[in-house]
Design a protein around this ligand. Structure first.
Ligand SMILES: [Fe+2]
Length: 395
């Protein structure tokens, strides 16, 4: 009898734990946030508490209620014709008008069970609340007199500091850029949302596009390759360009900081081939009409160039700087060294200025056709310094 009681108790504990681990209702538990906003498209990323199929609905930014009519729906196309059943959702909305504001709503339907080709059991659907999450996005287009953006780097999972740095960021910037090493190591996929993106979404990312530069630490950890599920780029790579009218931006990937054969690279890194491929793309990009006709040119790269520095810095110098030195670049913005630095050109071997933002500090950048103004803040909101870089001096 006593043994029966023990078995029953164990069973009830197992059922309780199982029930806790297997949600019955789907919820969005990270995001949504915007990335890869172009003149005709944007991508929305979010996570759910259980495996789900997902979609994004859009509506014009007018006075009609979102429920006024059937709204166009867009699906996660990573299934190549089949809807992915997943906890991470990346949906690109296409066919939009340039320079136009849209409302959007992130949706999901949980999958409780799937039995191959026989059946799938769904939960009821779930959508972001329209009042508490009035998500809007404006496609790129038209002329811009100025562009305002903010950069942080080397946060190394200090989410609470990020929250302080961006406490009043909603609606303040054209975009926010994470310039690498936002986590120290992507050991588990959930870290990507837990360590910074859930907060970034809540504070500004629902309506302000996020750009991602891959730092050397984003190469590390068992789940490092999941990183690309959380960003989107026009090239399908971790390097790409985007422009706001005459303002041209290059997002660069400098690879790992140590030699491929270094014991700490675990025989898993092959970054030099990857950066070499990037250099070919960069050489093509800086002779494109869009680049050549641009008036302001800014590059982002996590590691600053240094021909005599570590392997990673030297790789930036070897593969990326040659094309940029001939391209009339106005400024390269970096991180990695965990302190502010305005480099002497002799140190970097560049024809353009290179500035490093310190770790866990925010760099606000206001760009006009005449100058690039940089203001640096700590997490107490204290302004530490400012710099003004003239535009067009390297052409
Ligand atoms: Fe770094």
């Amino acid at each position: 009898m006593k043994r029966l009681f023990v078995v029953a108790a164990c069973l009830s504990i197992f059922v309780a734990v199982f029930a806790q681990d297997s949600p019955r209702y789907v919820k969005i538990n990270g995001g949504p946030y915007l990335t890869n906003v172009t003149s005709t498209s944007f991508t929305v990323v979010y996570t759910t508490n259980m495996d789900a199929v997902s979609w994004v609905e859009i509506a014009p930014d007018d006075d009609t209620h979102f429920y006024n009519q059937e709204r166009p729906a867009f699906y996660d196309k990573r299934g190549l014709g089949r809807r992915p059943i997943t906890k991470t959702h990346k949906i690109t909305v296409t066919g939009l008008q340039p320079g136009t504001t849209y409302r959007y709503r992130a949706m999901a339907k949980g999958v409780l069970e799937q039995d191959n080709r026989k059946s799938i059991v769904y939960t009821e659907g779930f959508g972001m609340d329209l009042n508490s999450h009035p998500c809007k996005v404006t496609t790129l287009g038209g002329d811009y007199n100025s562009v305002k953006f903010s950069v942080v780097n080397d946060m190394h999972s200090h989410d609470s500091v990020l929250c302080r740095l961006f406490a009043d960021a909603a609606g303040k910037y054209d975009f926010v850029l994470f310039n690498g090493d936002m986590t120290s190591s992507i050991d588990t996929e959930s870290q990507i949302m837990d360590d910074y993106l859930r907060s970034a979404s809540r504070l500004f990312g629902e309506c302000t596009p996020i750009h991602f530069v891959r730092g050397n630490h984003e190469y590390r950890g068992n789940a490092a390759l999941k990183f690309y599920d959380y960003l989107d780029s026009p090239t399908g790579r971790t390097w790409y360009s985007f422009s706001y009218g005459d303002f041209f931006f290059l997002v660069l990937d400098g690879g790992e900081d140590k030699c491929e054969s270094d014991v700490r690279n675990l025989d898993i890194m092959r970054t030099e081939d990857y950066v070499a491929e990037e250099s070919e793309w960069l050489a093509r990009t800086v002779v494109s009409p869009e680049y050549e006709n641009s008036k302001v040119r800014i590059a982002f790269c996590h590691m600053p160039p240094s021909p005599k520095g570590w392997y990673g810095n030297a790789m930036v110098s070897k593969y990326l700087v040659p094309a940029l030195n001939e391209a009339g670049l106005d400024l390269m913005l970096c991180g990695h060294i965990h302190k502010f630095k305005n480099y002497d050109k002799q140190q970097t071997g560049t024809s353009f200025p290179v500035i490093c933002n310190a770790n866990q500090q925010r760099m606000d950048v206001a760009v006009s056709e005449k100058e690039i103004r940089l203001d640096f803040y700590n997490s107490d909101g204290l302004k530490l310094r400012n710099l003004v870089i003239p535009v067009g001096k390297n052409r």
